[in-house]
Design a protein around this ligand. Structure first.
Ligand code: S3P
Length: 437
């Protein structure tokens, strides 16, 4: 088992580039695969999660030429051009890959079976299967989890669906099935979630209407191959936003980060805590706003995090818990029960790690209260924490070393490569003393 040994450090500085956006990278393969003609992708995230999607689409007959680590050509097969995979589609650790594929595969003329690693096999799939069955899809889950079998049906019909949870994966799965359905498919969100699917569909020439919380598309539209330059992933940038804010000194820039407003909750929450972050816009890429982010050290203060920001920072909450540990006073997160069904139970796993390192906290069913260290005269104790194979937990506790006075050992770190290949090198280059063992 791999682990990280992180020595305490106090300053971070430099210019950082983070790899391409994971959500957008998955979608370039899926939409490119069912488009007519070629899609040229640059800035692609060549991480384990996205490579699982690449493998799955290749297994369904989609040609993908990889020119370099991050640039590729997807040879689209058209809406009805995918072929039956000769194997079970193994989506590894990737919730986006399996859930969006369930939607897309509901409209195919062949049967497919989707599975994943032990973490993915413990995650809920009925939230996707249920609305897809309402559209006429034939889907079997295993006690609500993967493996999932998607069988062909004669027709799918559009539905008007109110999402019970704010989930971009469920929304996207329904919209992708909607491409194969008769009539209109409408999804209403209880709160805004990332809208990369809607934006990218438009880039492929599909008409998608958005009216407040309602998103609507008509089925059987043609996607036309396009060019997509994937921006840096704000979820990966988040570790450096927090590091720059809580370090004893330092000043740095994270270049070329996607700042789609459905993803920037981490910036909003950090600013509410007093962070010094400047967003310097660059030209948009692939229908997505992009910016350089300038970060300076700041005295963070505890806050009650507005629940409306939670879905907009859902993947960044673990590292925001580290920001909360650095702050003066208490920070309270509520409305975050979704964290319990991510790659790990991120509320429980973060609470356990914070406790082991001496940070006072109290778990709730839908959140956590964290006692900040600033003004207490205390620092984080060192010790060993378990990541439970969750990439974002491992990276969050690496950032915590900026608050520590003794080494932190983080267990089970292999899965960092599912979202952030090169994390250790990037973290070391800006001053974090992390070693992989
Ligand atoms: C994602 C949506 C989010 C997020 C995940 C990626 C996506 O999940 O946590 O990492 O690409 O659509 P939910 O939609 O389940 O909240």
């Amino acid at each position: 088992m791999q682990f990280y040994e992180v020595q305490p450090s106090t300053s971070v500085a430099g210019t950082v580039r983070v790899p391409g956006d994971k959500s957008i990278s998955h979608r370039t393969l899926m939409l490119g695969g069912i488009a007519e003609g070629r899609t040229e992708v640059t800035g692609f995230l060549a991480s384990a999660d996205c490579l699982a999607t690449l493998d799955a689409f290749r297994a369904m007959g989609v040609g993908v030429d990889r020119h370099a680590e991050t640039s590729l050509t997807v040879h689209g097969r058209g809406l009805h051009g995918l072929s039956a995979p000769a194997k079970v589609l193994d989506m590894g650790n990737a919730g986006t890959a399996i859930r969006l594929s369930m939607g897309l595969l509901s409209g195919q003329r062949f049967e497919s079976v989707l599975t994943g690693d032990s973490s993915l096999r413990s995650r809920p799939m009925e939230r996707v299967a249920k609305p897809l069955r309402q559209m006429g899809a034939d889907i079997l889950t295993t006690d609500g989890k993967p493996p999932v079998t998607v069988r062909p049906v004669a027709t799918l019909s559009g539905i008007d669906y109110l999402l019970p949870v704010a989930s971009a994966q469920v929304k996207s799965a329904i919209l992708l099935a909607g491409l194969y359905a008769q009539g209109f498919t409408t999804v209403t969100e209880p709160a805004p979630t990332r809208d990369h699917t809607e934006r990218m569909l438009r880039g492929f020439g599909v008409q998608v209407e958005t009216d407040g919380a309602r998103i609507r598309l008509q089925g059987r539209q043609t996607l036309t191959g396009t060019r997509i330059d994937v921006p840096g992933d704000i979820s990966s940038a988040a570790f450096f936003l927090v590091a720059g804010s809580i370090a004893g000194s330092g000043d740095y820039v994270i270049e070329n980060v996607g700042v789609n407003p459905t993803r920037t909750g981490v910036i909003d929450i950090l600013k509410l805590m007093g962070a010094d972050i400047t967003v310097v816009p660059r030209a948009a890429q692939g229908g997505e706003p992009v910016a350089d982010l300038h970060v300076r050290r700041a005295e963070l203060r505890g806050i009650a995090v507005p629940e409306s920001l939670v879905p907009l920072a859902i993947d960044e909450l673990p590292v925001l818990f580290i920001a909360a540990a650095a702050a003066r006073g208490e920070t309270v997160f509520t409305g975050a029960a979704e964290l319990r069904v991510k790659e790990s139970d991120r509320l429980a796993v973060m609470a356990d790690g914070l406790t082991r390192l001496g940070v006072g906290n109290e778990l709730a069913p839908d959140g956590i209260r964290i006692e900040g260290l600033a003004g207490t005269g205390r620092r984080l104790g060192g010790g060993e924490v378990e990541s439970h194979g969750d990439h974002r937990i491992a990276m969050s506790f690496t950032v915590a070393s900026l608050l520590a006075d003794a080494p932190i050992r983080i267990r089970d770190t292999e899965n960092v490569g599912t979202s952030f290949p090169g994390f250790v090198a990037t973290a070391r280059a800006c001053g974090l003393q992390v070693e992989e063992r």
